[in-house]
Design a protein around this ligand. Sequence first.
Ligand code: ZN
Length: 515
Amino acid sequence: MDYALCEALQHNMHGVTRALTFYDINCQYHKHFHQRVRNNPYLTVHAALKIVPGIGLWHVHGHQDSCYVRYASNFIEGAGRIDGEIMETLWSPLNLISPSARGMSSPHRKECLDYHMNDCNFMKMIRMRKSLTRKYKEARAGVEESKKAFDAITSNAPPVAVASWFDAEVESQSRRLHDPSAMDIYDIKMDKGLRNIAMFQIILLRRDSAPSKKQKELQLLEQHSGPRVPASRRGATTWISTGLAIEEAQIALIMAVRKLGTRPSETQTLEIVRKRDRLQGQIDRFNAGAMTYLGDNFLDHEVDDEDDDFEDEVLDVEIMEDPDEDETEDGAMADPAAPAFPPELTVIPLPSNIGINRCSQLVALDLIPQEMSLREGQANDALHNLRVNLSDKAILLRTVVRKAGSQSRSTRAWSQVKSVENKVSLCASIYQKSRKQMIKLGVEDHLMEKYEPLLREHLKVTTAVADPNARGQRNESLAWFWSVDFDSSGPDGDWMNERECYTPSATSISIHCCP
Ligand SMILES: [Zn+2]
């Protein structure tokens, strides 16, 4: 083996100073390679030649977690990744001969396999030009794609951090030949809850262009207060903001009712009934406020308009289930305490619900930009919380669930995951509702580009986040909302910082083809 490698490294190598070697167990094999060469008079490797050891992706996933960052081709500069392992792709065509080889005696079978393998090698040799051209094209396309994902992260991260990551990268890449553990900075580290330092951190900055709902409300209050504002218009912002909060509570309650199952206990039913009661109170107060801002007769149907029948509608919410969650049986819910008009399905008189036409009839068009602004804040908050909860889920999966030794611990760990999944689902549903209402309010194009629709698969915690060294994720990249600008300065901000480093490991997968 050593001899074969040394000879290969001397063949046609004039002017080549760097060689990548891929071997299934390179982490062990390469460890004392240079020592063996020094001790053996028949082995020589050119002194100027740098050998970078690598392990093919197929095999590295079977190694210890630490081998992934040290030997996977994803982290080797200059390595493009087009196919998996070439040797293993030979196996499937060989399956064709297995029926006839089964009945053969062992020498006969060996000869048969040799014959087919040789044929395969010959075909590979004569088709090499074509296949290399195709792979080169694929590699170039891969570079483009990776660059896009990489730039999206770089543009959202603070320049100071980018500079420090760049320095760290240069340092670890230069040390890797002598010390493979230098590459460990690419790995996710979890030191008893201490701040994690990973290579590609995303600092989730919410810039001024994407403030939270609270910030939006503050801005609006500053604009719409003071002596010049008519008394009938004061407090409209707070009123709309309450409406948005009621809607969020409605979504949460719809989800709670769905979770009840077929035979809810008395305690569960009581809890739902209490929540409904509280919500109804909030809605009543909100409706009373509507008189002030929309006029006393906002419910009158004097004008026949297709927009004004909102109070007969049922709240239109799309509940985004967590894709990892088990399917709940729908429609089989027994909800004995359900009133004829459950408060969670009542449509409240927000401008987006009563429609732009009706608003203009009620001389309340000034409320529309206010709701629009608050909706934007709501969507920002929902996306921020979505990411916080998804990161949290990833950590739970990686730490608590993976390390749970006993059955009881594992059950407890999964129930923790379940509760985070509920939060993910809630945030996603709120976001979808907020987006829908923004469209009803006639949102501008540039905002619509920013607030893309959420799909169920976006809510998946990529296994790359939970377990970077897992199979079958090499072409995954992060969902769009991970690279939208967000604030980590909110109440959960610091907490996010500790988790932020989990997000990028999935991105490192996209950085697989270095030019
Ligand atoms: Zn290994």
